[in-house]
Design a protein around this ligand. Structure first.
Ligand SMILES: [Fe+2]
Length: 232
């Protein structure tokens, strides 16, 4: 399974996930580019879908659906893990409520498409208000192998590393992470994220002692996640 990233607007990232002859467009904010790329690859776009129903992610759906014979998969109706196939290869749609109630992530090959649930360097705002569900969703993603690549819905790398450095001043991995940053292809691995992304570092000893010093709840993983979310 392959993935191609498409940058649009200021910092949005959309994707075509594809096999030899079939593809799924995820958050097709620049439908013309995705259409042209798919055609150039000899890939027919079988599905159009979204990581969640925010306008900056769904804005290209109509155009792409009109230009192709693709079927629309409505992420708002994916209640449990759903598998779709492209040329017999699997893509799993994983419900990950938190940023919004309808947020989903996609797992294929060795990568995840994470929308506004998990960014490279940070996580989404909890607009659903349900931090417990957000925590469970992130734990689902963290259960994948460390080498799993993360393709997210926005490029917030530079601002999120500033935030991370303000919290964990002595974290040497932040500089290394920034060295690898490339605006033309924004990607990291889960292992990279565990080294720098404050919101999933709820088991990092430095983060735990920081919460303790700040007299914030830190006894359980979920308490620590919620405490870190409350710092900002
Ligand atoms: Fe969003």
């Amino acid at each position: 399974m392959f993935i191609k990233q498409f940058r649009y607007s200021r910092d949005n990232l959309g994707y075509l996930v594809f096999s030899d002859t079939q593809g799924i467009a995820i958050d097709a904010g620049n439908p013309g580019d995705i259409f042209d790329f798919a055609r150039g690859q000899g890939v027919s776009i079988k599905y159009v879908t979204n990581t969640h129903f925010h306008h900056d992610h769904t804005g290209g759906n109509t155009v792409l659906l009109e230009k192709t014979n693709a079927r629309f998969i409505d992420c708002r109706r994916v209640m449990e893990n759903r598998v779709i196939t492209l040329d017999g290869e699997k893509i799993e749609i994983i419900p990950t409520p938190g940023h919004t109630e309808d947020s989903v992530c996609f797992k294929a090959g060795d990568f995840l498409v994470t929308g506004d649930t998990l960014f490279n360097g940070t996580v989404g705002n909890c607009f659903s208000g349900d931090l417990s569900s957000f925590f469970i969703s992130l734990k689902k993603l963290l259960a994948f192998p460390g080498e799993t690549k993360i393709y997210s819905g926005h490029d917030y790398v530079q601002e999120s590393m500033k935030e991370a450095a303000s919290l964990e001043v002595d974290n040497p991995d932040i500089e290394a992470y920034l060295q690898k940053y490339e605006p033309g292809l924004v990607v990291s691995t889960l292992a990279d994220e565990l080294l720098v992304n404050p919101y999933i570092r709820f088991n990092a000893p430095g983060m735990i002692s920081l919460l303790e010093k700040r007299k914030m709840p830190f006894k359980t993983e979920e308490q620590r996640f919620i405490s870190i979310m409350e710092i900002y």
